[in-house]
Design a protein around this ligand. Structure first.
Ligand SMILES: [Zn+2]
Ligand SMILES: [Zn+2]
Length: 178
C-alpha cells in the first residue's frame, strides 16, 4: 500500500464473498469469508471495550495460525445483520488459561470464527479484527492496544509496533478495561 494512503478514509478491498460492508461514524460491519454472516459492531466506547493480540497456545489452534487479533464489544452494542442462523458453536474450558469456558461462534458454511464468548466476561463478545470489512479500521480505531502471552509467541515474529507487550495474561489483572 502506498505511503500516501489516507487511512482515516474507509477502504474495502475485494476480500471474501460479500461486498456490502460499511463504516459509519461509530459503527462498522464484520462479515464472514463467504458473506452469509454479517455483524455490525461499535467502533468506539463504551460499546468497544478493547483491542488486543494473543499468542497463547489456544489461539494458535483456534486461528490455525500464529496469533489472534481480537477486539471485545458489549453485546448490547452488537447487531446480527444477517445469517445468525448459520452460526454454529463449539465450547470448551480444558485448555483456556483462565479456566473460563469459551464458546466459539463459527459460520457453518465457510468456517470463519466470528466471535468468542467467555463465561468470565458475561455480556461481551470477543470479535476478530480480521473479519472487519473496512481494512483501514484495523490500523486506526481497532488497532490493538495490548499484545499478550508474548512468552508463547514464535521466535520468528517480533511484537507489534507501538503495542504494549505483556508476558502472560493481561486480562487476568486488568479485566476488560482498555
Ligand atoms: Zn461464512
Ligand atoms: Zn489466546
Amino acid at each position: 500500500m502506498a505511503e500516501s494512503t489516507d487511512k482515516s478514509k474507509p477502504y474495502f478491498p475485494l476480500a471474501g464473498g460479500a461486498s456490502d460492508g460499511w463504516t459509519k461514524e461509530d459503527e462498522a460491519t464484520a462479515t464472514c469469508f463467504c458473506g452469509a454472516v454479517q455483524l455490525a459492531f461499535p467502533t468506539q466506547g463504551p460499546g468497544l471495550v478493547n483491542s488486543f493480540i494473543c499468542n497463547c497456545s489456544d489461539c494458535h489452534k483456534l486461528t490455525v495460525s500464529m496469533f489472534a487479533s481480537n477486539f471485545t464489544v458489549e453485546d448490547s452494542h452488537l447487531k446480527h445483520l444477517r445469517g445468525r442462523e448459520n452460526l454454529k458453536t463449539y465450547s470448551q474450558s480444558k485448555t483456556v488459561q483462565s479456566g473460563n469456558n469459551m464458546t466459539n461462534h463459527f459460520c457453518s458454511i465457510c468456517g470463519s470464527l466470528m466471535y468468542r464468548v467467555s463465561s468470565g466476561w458475561p455480556g461481551k463478545s470477543i470479535m476478530r479484527i480480521g473479519s472487519i470489512d473496512d481494512f483501514h479500521l484495523m490500523e486506526t480505531k481497532l488497532k490493538p492496544r495490548v499484545e499478550q502471552f508474548v512468552k508463547q509467541r514464535v521466535d520468528w515474529l517480533k511484537g507489534a509496533e507501538g503495542v504494549k507487550q505483556v508476558h502472560d495474561n493481561y486480562f487476568a489483572n486488568h479485566h476488560a478495561d482498555l
